[in-house]
Design a protein around this ligand. Structure first.
Ligand code: IMP
Length: 210
């Protein structure tokens, strides 16, 4: 049977990609399913570079066709930041009361707070979009790409508890809801990742001979 490895350690992305890809009929595997633990340094200067690095690293380590997503939030008033650095967009901080001196990266909530702090004095609406680039790589080194965008705006107070990352402050004016107020089925009809997966379908069909 055809097998596709979802090449990410981000739980939120795994859940969404599993749902988005189930219609293909391809058997989906995660790194956890095959006991593969890999950290890929996302040091590229484009989404495509990072996505292909992740997909190729996982494909070569597993021997399976692998699909990776590199995504980010681009805010117009911040000239496109945090963009490629969305997953690391927060000041490093010392963990409280731990006695450790090593600085730690913040979590999703720290990143949302940091973004709102940087937007505080900028006039609203804070127009923004999510971008996703998907790379699909074979173990022999072939890579194909697909992209998707989702447009909305950032709001100053969090709403909703679904999704992950910046979803609670990413507002979709047409729906009068944040991305975190949508259930997964709704998010997966309009998100940047959903559009990128839709655009990747011909590549999957070709690679898996569907
Ligand atoms: P990366 O693709 O691993 O570099 O991570 C992308 C980062 O962008 C995530 O860690 C989130 O902070 C943000 N992001 C990407 N897609 C979404 C989404 O669907 N909702 C909210 N945040 C997202």
């Amino acid at each position: 049977m055809n097998k596709l490895l979802i090449a990410t350690n981000n739980h939120g992305k795994v859940i969404e990609l599993q749902d988005l890809l189930k219609v293909t009929g391809i058997q989906l595997l995660t790194p956890v399913d095959i006991h593969l633990s890999l950290e890929v340094d996302e040091d590229g200067s484009t989404y495509a570079e990072n996505a292909s690095k992740k997909a190729l690293t996982f494909a070569q380590a597993s021997g399976l066709i692998s699909l990776a997503d590199d995504s980010g939030l681009e805010v117009d008033a911040l000239d496109g930041a945090p963009g490629l650095y969305s997953a690391r967009y927060a000041p490093l901080r010392l963990p409280p009361f731990s006695g450790k001196m090593k600085e730690q990266e913040g979590g999703d909530a720290d990143r949302r707070a940091f973004l709102l702090q940087n937007l505080k004095y900028k006039p609203r609406p804070w127009k923004a979009h999510f971008h996703a680039t998907i790379a699909i790589a074979t173990p022999s080194g072939e890579v194909e790409f697909a992209e998707g965008n989702c447009f909305g705006e950032i709001i100053p107070a969090e709403r909703g508890s679904g999704g992950f990352g910046y979803d609670p402050i990413f507002f979709l004016p047409e729906l009068n809801k944040t991305m975190a107020e949508l259930d997964m089925e709704q998010k997966n009809r309009l998100s940047h990742r959903a559009l990128a997966v839709m655009n990747a379908r011909p590549v999957l069909n070709k690679m898996f001979g569907l």
